[in-house]
Design a binder for this molecule. Structure first.
Ligand SMILES: [Zn+2]
Length: 285
């Protein structure tokens, strides 16, 4: 999985995610004049694979690569891409902080122990890079604060900072002509807190931001692209859990019971996990 380029719409191509080493989706938005790349990949190898695939389709003339957020799996391929890099100003600040890090097993293990690195990310970095761990972090050339637009020729991309629990620098990319929105990881819970968490206010604000865009296809980085119908189902579930968390607070049992009653079935594992993240989010208020 995740080895061959796929066509999403007339003018958008993507390399599917690959959970083996947590590789996110990488995408190319092809205007008449230029191509915009969304995310740089989790390694030089990942970036190289994507560029090779784009080359097969004669997709060239890159405008730039936009990073959806700073996390390793989206940014470690930047050096290999070797093109103009655009990101939110916080993405640059986060990358500056980790630029001098040592990525040896010992250094990773020690950061995990100190709570500075996520255990899953550490494991995946080791797996992606193997023993020959050549990691060069490159900073974005251009940063933005709120939003900006790129005209690729007949196709416009709006890049907007939305933040959220997953990472404060999360930004989305909306392609109006294709009715596609790239959400990166913004809808996922936090990963650098002790326990994964969602906070009610952050989730509500994020969903409001996303709902301003009229898309038909929703691209989340670590799963297959979602139709509007599936996406709406997903955000309705998040909204419902927001409301029920507000109502029941830390009373896990009554929260789960009311959710199961409203859905008229037993909760799925994903739903159980989402509830757990919301309760974790409460305890830090
Ligand atoms: Zn992430």
């Amino acid at each position: 999985m995740g080895k061959n380029l796929k066509q999403l719409t007339n003018r958008i191509y993507y390399l599917p995610h690959n959970s083996e080493t947590d590789r996110p989706i990488l995408s190319a938005i092809c205007g008449v004049h230029q191509t915009l790349i969304v995310d740089a990949g989790n390694s030089d190898k990942h970036a190289k694979l994507f560029l090779k695939e784009l080359n097969k389709y004669q997709i060239t003339n890159y405008h730039s690569v936009v990073l959806t957020h700073w996390h390793w799996d989206h940014s470690f391929g930047t050096n290999e891409m070797n093109i103009l890099t655009i990101a939110h100003e916080n993405t640059k600040i986060h990358l500056e902080k980790i630029m001098e890090y040592d990525w040896s097993d010992e250094a990773l293990d020690s950061r995990v122990e100190k709570g500075l690195e996520n255990p899953f990310c550490s494991e995946m970095i080791k797996k992606e890079f193997g023993v020959d761990r050549n990691i060069t972090i490159t900073l974005p050339n251009i940063t933005f604060k709120e939003k900006f637009e790129i005209d690729l020729g007949g196709i416009r991309c709006i890049v907007k900072h939305v933040g959220g629990d997953h990472s404060d620098d999360s930004s989305l990319i909306f392609v109006e002509e294709e009715k596609v929105i790239f959400l990166g990881d913004c809808l996922y819970p936090s990963i650098y807190t002790q326990q994964p968490q969602y906070t009610i206010d952050n989730v509500r604000r994020l969903l409001e931001n996303i709902e301003m865009f009229d898309a038909e296809i929703y691209v989340l980085s670590h799963e297959s692209p979602l139709s509007k119908e599936n996406f709406i189902g997903y955000i309705q579930l998040l909204k419902l859990i927001c409301d029920l968390t507000e109502k029941h607070q830390r009373n896990h049992l009554s929260l789960v019971n009311e959710l199961a009653t409203r859905l008229n079935r037993k909760l799925s594992q994903l739903e159980e996990e989402i509830v757990y993240c919301f309760i974790n989010g409460l305890s830090v208020d």
